[in-house]
Design a protein. Structure first.
Length: 421
């Protein structure tokens, strides 16, 4: 059946033992190969990362930390975790790293547990303005267990209103100020937020899940020199395995480690920890910096192309790997735009825009990101074409099949998934 390394070394065995599940894996690879992946929070990991994920380290229980585990036989996996921690500290210039969180949400849970008691107050960006569920949404533990005050973006510029953040911080005296977002296309001024946190005696927690790969590469300013705690995921722009991690100052190291284990997690997933080490190693290479630069160039090209198709870029553009587009000018909702693009083989997601009159399941916007397509080797000219195809898919639903054919024959598509990097 072919497919090589993307199915893993034991794929033929899986096909023999469980053809039904093997089919799912094949179909997913075909889905990715047959279209354009623009989900801003996704990427395509390297074969080396996949090899670590599909390894014997998946079997090992290792509650605790290297040199201090609650299980025997951890001397080998200890080496993987030490390597991951050392590389994370070096890559990001951090005092301390914890590489055990299972996800970004788990990392935020642990970070809050380290800094707050239930009922304590935190100030964070509203989900509707680009924040994250774990930044105090009532649908999430963070909004139920803490006293959350939210800040947002200005209606006119759609940029974070730092004056509002300062006013709210002075008025409400939060114990933690959370910054970072999931659909904010601009840089965040961590220096200003550090100043506000210092003024009110709050911890500054940066959730850098989305841009951490860009920070690792040094192509956008890092949160690490400013924040007391930085939480992040390893699978977005960083292009590693699905998972989370936390960086912090020496002062908070013990509190963060105890908050991850034993407070919020049990045994770490050592195969994922090993894969994080691989990804941190890959992110130290010059090729990764070139990749990260290209991600931003491509995001700008896509954003401009979509603007030319009549979608309005929220904030007027992007400085990062993602863009948020108001699609109302094309007479559709975000949900309609998402489903029309999906029918044409272009995967993106609907997303609320600031002050969105539509409910979260509908929305007035879509979010696009370029981490995947840049890994696949797309350049700005390819993204201009993709932007034009998105415009046609959204505007002319009766011609979606035609657009889908054009998407599938984009020259860059079929070879792209097998590209070495
Ligand atoms: N679900 C992620 C995103 O798409 O931004 C955040 O957790």
């Amino acid at each position: 059946m072919g497919g090589g390394r993307f199915y893993g070394p034991d794929f033929e065995l899986l096909e023999e033992r469980d053809p039904e599940l093997a089919r799912v894996l094949l179909d997913e690879v075909e889905r990715v190969r047959g279209g354009v992946q623009l989900i801003a929070s996704e990427n395509l990991t390297s074969p080396a990362v996949l090899a670590a994920l599909g390894s014997a380290l998946s079997d090992k229980y290792a509650e605790g930390y290297p040199g201090n585990r609650y299980y025997g036989g951890c001397e080998v996996v200890d080496r993987a975790e030490r390597l991951a921690v050392r590389r994370a500290r070096e890559l990001f210039g951090a005092d301390h790293a914890n590489v055990q969180p299972h996800s970004g949400s788990s990392a935020n849970l642990a970070a809050y547990a380290a800094l707050l008691q239930p009922g304590d107050r935190m100030l964070a960006m509203a989900l509707q303005h680009g924040g994250h569920l774990t930044h105090g949404s009532r649908a999430n533990f963070s909004g139920r267990w803490f006293d959350v005050v939210s800040y947002g973006v200005r209606r006119d510029t759609e940029l974070i209103d730092y004056d509002e953040v300062r006013d709210l911080a002075l008025r409400h005296q939060p114990k933690v100020i959370v910054c970072g977002a999931t659909s904010y296309p601009r840089l965040i001024d961590f220096g200003v937020l550090r100043g506000i946190a210092d003024e009110v005696g709050a911890w500054l927690l940066a959730d850098a899940a989305h841009p951490m790969g860009l920070m690792a590469a040094g192509v956008i300013p890092s949160a690490v020199p400013y924040a007391d705690v930085v939480t992040f995921t390893t699978h977005k722009t960083l292009r590693g395995p699905r998972g989370g991690a936390i960086l912090c100052t020496d002062e908070l190291a013990g509190r963060i480690d105890r908050a991850v284990f034993p407070f919020t997690q049990g045994g770490p997933m050592m195969h994922a920890v090993a894969a994080k080490a691989v990804a941190f190693g890959e992110a130290m290479r010059p090729e990764f910096a070139a990749y990260a630069r290209q991600v931003i160039v491509n995001a700008r090209a896509l954003c401009d192309a979509l603007a030319a198709e009549g979608m309005r870029p929220v904030t007027g553009g992007t400085d990062t790997h993602l863009a948020l587009l108001d699609v109302r000018g094309l007479g559709v909702t975000g949900a309609e735009a998402e489903s029309r693009c999906a029918a044409a083989g272009i995967t993106l997601n609907r997303s609320a825009i600031p002050y969105d009159p539509e409910p979260p399941g509908v929305t007035s916007g879509v979010r696009v990101g370029t981490p995947c397509v840049t890994t696949q080797g797309f350049g700005p000219a390819d993204l201009e074409k993709v932007g034009a195809l998105i415009g046609r898919a959204v505007r002319e639903p009766e011609k979606i099949a035609e657009v889908g054919d054009e998407v599938r024959t984009l020259p860059v598509i079929r070879q792209a998934y097998l590209r070495q990097y």
